[in-house]
Unconditional design. Structure first.
Lengths: 305, 496
């Protein structure tokens, strides 16, 4: 069941096209990564899903409805630029956002207290935000997004600015949400987080979709690579596109960085090596990182961390 | 609607949690209360000591003394009248002078009052009807005390009095009471009008006027006698004074003083509208700037629409303003009806307009709509500003444009020019309409003008809410430099 659908959505700001003819859908229970460099259109897309801004053209459906505040009760949102009311207590802040999402004061306070307890802040509930450390404030911000137990959690660059402890906490929360059947959509330009968390990915560049699929499908976009220890240059094996000599591995044997032709599987090359009695000491597939995939697809490494 | 109320409640709580809010709330009634005591604190409880050296025969000193005693009795009669009015004791003697309020007591009135036994006789009459819990009338102390001329000064020539009076006016011995005024009536007074007055401080205008009045009357009598007029006729001629009866047409309904008293509440409403707007408006501005600078807006806008946010902020801030006004009016009511004294005497008639439903409706309408009309401007400024420093750039010209004409308006109303051209113009310019109508309400403003300006103000405020609402929405997430006028207009025209 689709929780989020965008059909040919575009957004222009004067002469600038921020999002260009974007279409995709997100299934329930998925952790969906929205990847792209700076200015790729991630934040604009997320804002359109939340009705903070309206698309110039195209159609958006969120939880089976048009975007709007009536969806707020089922959505959790953590923006890239985060802040809190400095003079409000941690618990009141969470309860306030709970109320804005349609909860009763009692429910919002109860849920807020439970979240703060889970995040190790039960002693800080009555403290005003300006008295909390930055890490504590980050946890409170996350709690404001989770207070209504959302069906759809939208996170815009959620890991940016977080300390390592809170990064781990957030990853755990994303996994926990996913286990409960909630859908998580998050944008990031840090590929490691996406690699660890996402069931499905969408790569954006200059407002346009460049790729949509699973991590494996993303990796398949790149030709397979092997590390081979052989006596001879493996480039003569059918299916091998190139082989770079990386030096001697042991006396008489050299290490080769092998790139296969597009569509050739490592197993096919191994079979040919055996059939042709090509001497091998080591034959190991190298998994491409999401970073490599991103650079390969988007082709602008300067915008990628 | 629920979100608007939630936002409004948060705004209200945030402002109410500020120390500056409570300080402001308390400063107004405290300053009014202290203002009531100020004259007592400033003025000395001791009566001014007066010495009259009359070398013309003693008649002038006697006349001056009698005149001051008469004025003391006039003051006592006026105090007694206010006491009787405050406690509703007229039934003790409805025909008595002290049962006739808000009037000037002539010399003949005062003489009659004294002849009937003065304060003591009046208190005896009042005691027959006075409830037990009503406090006793306390006559105020006399302002002047006449002291005898010491024997050592009697023989001092006029020219040597400057030195001789120094120890009298400023005695070195702190235990000796100084004399505040020494008046010399020379032996040739009548042939020469010259009279000398020594004072140990700047003489009060009231004292000088009273002395001048008595001596002028005597000089005129002497002149007429010299011209052959019989002494009794000359004295009567000198005492002739007009009996000025003052009346003004409705709706002022009486003397200008009475109109001014009735204007106190509308004028105060106008003034309080200005004060509460300045205070709560700046708090609201701070709140909006905080949301922008703290990067809070995106989180908030995911839950509430820009319109809900704007209306919630307006409602919350208007609530703060109205709460402040309610507290101040509550204090005024307590001061007016639970206390006695000068403040109560001023406040009670000032609250008279509250007995008219039309006036109450007009006050509330222009106060609330006026509040919204100006608060929405401050809100739009807040939405365009990343910091309070940024906001000041917009705020100063806007506030000056709003407030400067209002000070002129207040002065015009206080001077009694309720129908001047300036007031008419300000009444019909919507941004100043609430202040002008409120200020003119007590002095009399035609009903058609109230209705006309009310409709115009409503239309203006509605247009403001649409246009500034668009500016607010478009500015909330806008980043970069402060928008110029062209961009501001473009944002007002943007419908989505």
């Amino acid at each position: 069941m689709s929780v989020l659908t965008l059909e040919r959505v575009s957004k222009r700001f004067d002469q600038v096209v921020a999002v260009d003819d974007l279409s995709f859908s997100v299934e329930q229970g998925t952790v969906f990564g929205f990847l792209g460099g700076n200015g790729a259109g991630k934040t604009t897309s997320l804002r359109m899903m939340l009705d903070i801004i309206r698309p110039s053209s195209g159609r958006i459906e969120v939880l089976g409805r048009a975007p709007g505040r009536e969806n707020a009760a089922e959505i959790g949102f953590l923006p890239e630029e985060r802040g809190l009311y400095r003079q409000m207590t941690a618990l009141d802040t969470i309860a306030y956002f709970g109320r804005l999402k349609g909860m009763t004061t009692a429910d919002a306070k109860r849920e807020g207290a439970a979240l703060l307890e889970r995040f190790g802040l039960s002693a800080n509930m009555k403290q005003t935000v300006d008295k909390l450390s930055k890490g504590m404030a980050q946890k409170v911000q996350l709690a404001t997004a989770l207070v209504n137990r959302p069906r759809l959690l939208i996170l815009d660059e959620p890991f940016s600015g977080l300390d390592p402890v809170n990064q781990g906490l957030l990853e755990e929360e994303i996994r926990r949400m996913s286990r409960t059947g909630a859908t998580v959509v998050f944008s990031t330009h840090v590929m490691q987080h996406a690699e660890r968390l996402c069931d499905k990915l969408l790569l954006l560049a200059r407002g346009r979709k460049k790729f949509e699929g699973t991590l494996e499908e993303a990796r398949a976009e790149l030709p397979a690579r092997l590390t081979v220890v052989a006596k001879q240059d493996p480039v003569k094996i059918a299916g091998v596109e190139s082989a770079a000599d990386c030096g001697e591995a042991e006396p008489g044997w050299r290490r080769w960085d092998v790139r296969l032709a597009q569509g050739i599987a490592p197993g096919d090359v191994l079979e040919r090596c055996v059939a042709e009695r090509f001497p091998l000491r080591r034959f190991e597939q190298v998994h491409a990182s999401l970073h490599d995939v991103f650079v390969h697809i988007v082709g602008s490494p300067e915008t990628v961390q | 609607m629920t979100n608007i109320l939630i936002v409004a409640a948060r705004e209200f709580r945030q402002i109410a949690s500020m120390r500056s809010f409570w300080l402001t709330l308390l400063i107004m009634p405290l300053s009014v209360a202290l203002g009531g005591f100020a004259p007592k604190l400033i003025s000395s409880d001791e009566p001014s000591r007066v010495m009259v050296i009359d070398r013309s025969g003693g008649g002038e000193a006697r006349a001056i003394r009698q005149r001051f005693e008469l004025d003391e009795q006039r003051g006592a009669l006026a105090d007694l009248s206010r006491y009787v009015q405050r406690h509703g004791l007229e039934r003790a003697n409805p025909a008595a002078l002290w049962s006739q309020h808000d009037r000037w007591y002539s010399d003949a009135d005062v003489a009659r009052f004294v002849a009937q036994g003065g304060v003591d006789a009046a208190k005896a009459e009042i005691a027959r009807v006075k409830p037990e819990d009503t406090p006793e009338f306390e006559a105020s102390e006399p302002d002047y005390e006449f002291v005898p001329v010491p024997a050592r000064l009697a023989s001092v020539p006029d020219a040597a009095l400057d030195d001789a009076l120094k120890p009298v006016l400023k005695p070195e011995d702190k235990a000796v009471q100084p004399v505040d005024y020494v008046l010399l009536i020379p032996a040739d007074f009548g042939h020469s009008p010259l009279v000398r007055l020594w004072a140990n401080r700047r003489p009060s205008q009231q004292f000088v006027s009273a002395v001048q009045d008595v001596l002028t009357r005597d000089l005129r009598t002497r002149f007429l006698t010299d011209q052959g007029v019989a002494p009794a006729a000359a004295e009567n001629a000198s005492a002739i004074a007009p009996a000025l009866a003052i009346s003004t047409p409705p709706p002022g309904g009486g003397a200008r003083e009475a109109m001014l008293v009735r204007s106190i509440l509308p004028l105060a409403a106008s003034y309080l509208l200005m004060i509460s707007l300045m205070l709560s408006g700046s708090w609201m501005l701070q709140g909006t700037v905080e949301e922008r600078s703290n990067k809070l807006l995106e989180t908030v806008l995911a839950c509430v629409s820009p319109q809900e946010l704007m209306y919630g902020k307006l409602l919350g801030t208007a609530g703060v303003g109205l709460f402040m006004i309610a507290v101040w009016i509550g204090c005024a009511l307590v001061a007016g009806y639970a206390t006695h004294g000068a403040i109560a005497d001023m406040i009670r008639p000032a609250l008279d307009p509250l007995t008219s439903p039309g006036t109450i409706l007009t006050l509330i309408y222009f106060f609330v709509v006026g509040y919204v009309a100006i608060a929405v401007i401050l809100l739009a400024i807040g939405a365009m500003s990343d910091s309070m420093r940024d906001a000041q750039g917009y705020l100063m010209p806007v506030l000056l444009a709003i407030l400067l004409p209002i000070t002129l308006l207040m002065q015009a109303v206080l001077a009694g020019n309720s129908n001047g051209v300036l007031l008419e113009v300000l009444t019909w310019v919507p941004i100043w309409t609430p202040f002008a109508v409120l200020a003119r309400l007590g002095m009399g403003i035609p009903t058609w003008e109230v209705i006309g300006t009310a409709i115009l103000l409503a239309a203006f405020t509605a247009a403001e809410l649409v246009l500034l609402g668009r500016l607010f929405r478009a500015s909330l997430l806008a980043q970069g430099q402060r928008p110029n006028l062209r961009e501001v207009v473009a944002r007002m025209r943007a419908t989505a």
